[in-house]
Ligand binder design. Sequence first.
Ligand code: SF4
Length: 242
Amino acid sequence: MEGKGKEMEALRLSERFYSIQGEGPFSGVPALFLRVLGCNLRCVWCDSPYTWDRWGISRYGDGKVDEGFPYTFEEFSEDASRYSLLVLTGGEPLLYSDIWESWVRRIEVNPLLQFETNGTFPPILMDDDRVHFVVSPKFPDSGNPDAIDPDVLRRYVPLVEKGRAFFKFVITDVERDEGNIRDLLHRLGLPERTWPFSVFVMPEGVDPALPIAPEVAEMALRNGWRYSDRLHIRLWGNVRGK
Ligand code: SF4
């Protein structure tokens, strides 16, 4: 994009679709999803491997990556005026922080914008109350030994206090993950009074029965954390565009 004016900037999306937000604080809300290509992590249980996984690392992938399509500021501006909630996801949307920052500052409408991020990049647009973050740190069992950087994650804590950032942990093994989450929350200094609203635990999996869900709910109750289901998986299974 070098040498082009901001009006010519385009993101490359894997998907753009309208559905129900199935996870986290805005669960159940109708939303437009903008899914970028590319991720800096390599999760073995990534459920959007078609955005990055050429190697067949994710158990849900087939080694094929979308070609994608360009998405311009003009389209973003139009979408922002039509939809109440825009979910900016991927892949890792904050790989493109500069573009989002420029685009969001230029729209005058008031949709709620929610970034779904892996927490390896700092927050952007901290002064813009339209912008929210669901931060999903990845422990080593995800296949990423060094994905947790407490200094970066701590930068989200002021936004947690304002109800604009949330932590969401994908649970694959209740016993192991419970200890990891507790340790991390203490290292981040996240006040315990915020946990029931701001710290989500969510079952991993693409089976609509989500077999691990009852155990995750018990874990949430034991620790005063918030349970997140996966409504889109319950409703439609692991299909794209939903
Ligand atoms: S951080 Fe998210 S998009 Fe990236 S590999 Fe992990 S689950 Fe997939």
